[in-house]
Design a binder for this molecule. Structure first.
Ligand code: UDX
Length: 472
């Protein structure tokens, strides 16, 4: 899959519109906030990004994006050249600057429960609201449990000066890592959760270049807007776990989940997207969002309504142990001392994000069973090393597979999909492959003499057998 950024153009505000446009503050400069701030500047707004992390702010002001996101560094350069973006740690300046303050800080899982940790949203709102004089709109973009905005509105009221007139609205963000720029400038839809016409009008103005492109706008009450995000992510997670549950059934019956998925996906009512079987979902959103949703539903007394998300989570985690089983099987039944090349650490390709990454979790489980694991990821080695310093890391694909007893494809980067069985063997790999993302040409590997296992697909005994199930 190639990422192209040629189609990220969007008509920006005219000079006349820009001169009367609301000024924008973006609190939090992680994946969501940095992308949102940069894209808003590209659209013609005067933007100030604010973060408590001095290092991040310095990097961004120096023109460097602190994480891997295709196309974003170019957009940052473009925004800086326009003179419309700056980053700061100064909340006085941030409160002073913005007419609209977007809250884009993280809502990670709490350490001691499945609930979302709202410390950062609370503190972002407190820092901004306590410094506001006059009118301002605070717009939440972070993923939060339903009901959070109402608490934040109360908090803003409590901490703001007497002359402040602050309103809170919610505008959930659906961007995918790896496609963040395109998803921000050309979203499928915009959701405005508002409590007044004034807030709706202001949001329509702020997003006018996107709305003018014909992107559908849904105006809702605030709880609905909060729910849209978690409901969407829960649906996506459920769809992935559904096909992975089918993979488990395929494994017990000799059926092939790739063909099954293709046949299901051709039904328009089902659709093929997010029906790709494999090692399952990870990252900073899907896993923690389904858990936080369960926790919030329990609090609201409707835990039963989303109890199925526990199963969605469990199916997802089982794919990791099943992958370890396949690797152990190819290693002859015992992993101790076995050298495994773990190809991939990021939770998905075109990202350096290792939060809840299935690939890295498999590497960790292998290590705990005594395997010698060498990880190679084109972008995420550094982040992975920070999390699991005990694993070995290689600087290249060739170095990772050298003398590997088993090669395991865990994140489907193009580099791994395009490598040939011959090139891997030349680099020193023993011909044993576990394809945990169901992306390799099984027939080519078997024809080259490799032992080959994939999740949800029968183990091919011969080239003819491998050809029986056509690669999709
Ligand atoms: C997701 C949502 O897509 C996005 O709308 C939301 O705002 C944030 O969470 P992201 O976490 O960037 O975005 O990743 P996404 O591309 O959705 O993939 C999530 C995970 O599902 C990845 O680990 C991916 O490997 C996995 N996946 C995806 C599958 O296993 N099978 C599929 O068919 C699709």
């Amino acid at each position: 899959m190639k990422i192209t950024n040629d189609d990220t153009q969007v008509a920006a505000l005219t000079n006349a519109a820009a001169s009367t446009a609301p000024k924008i503050t973006v609190v939090g400069t992680g994946y969501l906030g940095a992308t949102h701030a940069i894209c808003m500047a590209i659209l013609g707004y005067d933007v100030l990004g604010v973060d408590v992390d001095e290092g991040k702010v310095r990097q961004l002001n120096d023109g460097a994006v602190p994480f891997f996101e295709p196309g974003l560094p170019e957009k940052l350069a473009e925004a800086q050249a326009s003179g419309r973006i700056r980053f700061t740690t100064d909340f006085d300046a941030a409160a002073e600057h913005g007419d609209v303050h977007f809250i884009c800080v993280g809502t990670p899982q709490k350490r001691d429960s499945y609930a979302a940790d709202l410390r950062f949203v609370d503190s972002a709102v407190r820092e901004i609201a306590s410094r506001i004089h006059g009118e301002a709109l605070i717009v939440g973009k972070s993923t939060v449990p339903v009901g959070t905005a109402a608490d934040l509105a109360e908090l803003a009221d409590e901490v703001s000066p007497a002359d402040a007139r602050i309103e809170v609205a919610w505008n959930p963000e659906f961007l995918r890592e790896g496609y963040a720029v395109d998803d921000t400038l050309h979203p499928d839809r915009l959701v405005f959760g508002v409590a007044s016409e004034r807030a709706e009008k202001l949001l329509r103005q702020v997003f006018s270049p996107i709305v003018d492109e014909g992107v559908p706008v849904l105006v809702t009450d605030i709880p609905t807007a909060e729910l849209v995000k978690v409901a969407a992510n829960s649906f996506l997670a459920t769809k992935i776990s559904y096909i992975n549950a089918m993979a488990e059934v395929c494994e017990a019956t000799g059926a092939d989940v790739d063909s099954l998925s293709a046949a299901l996906g051709l039904d328009d009512r089902i659709g093929s997207r997010f029906l790709k079987p494999g090692l399952g979902f990870g990252g900073g959103c899907l896993p923690k969002d389904i858990r936080a949703f369960r926790a919030r539903a329990e609090e609201l007394g409707v835990g039963d309504a989303v109890a199925f998300l526990a199963e969605v989570d469990a199916i997802n985690i089982r794919r990791r142990t099943r992958t370890v089983d396949l690797i152990r099987e190819l290693a002859g039944g015992d992993l101790s001392g076995v050298h495994v090349a773990a190809l991939g650490a990021a939770f998905k390709p075109n990202s350096d994000d290792v939060r809840d990454a299935p690939a890295l979790d498999v590497a960790r489980l292998l290590y705990l069973e005594g395997a010698r694991v060498t990880v190679y990821d084109p972008e995420a080695n550094e982040n992975a090393h920070r999390l699991y310093p005990d694993l070995d890391y290689a600087e290249s694909l060739d170095a990772a597979v050298a003398e590997a007893d088993v090669v395991a494809l865990l994140t489907e980067w193009d580099e791994f999909r395009e490598a040939s069985p011959a090139s891997l063997e030349e680099a020193g790999a023993h011909p044993r492959m576990v394809d945990a993302r169901d992306v390799l040409d099984q027939q080519a590997y078997v024809a080259a003499g490799w032992e080959f296992r994939a999740l949800g697909r029968p183990a091919p005994q011969s080239v003819d057998d491998a050809a029986r199930v056509p690669a999709l």
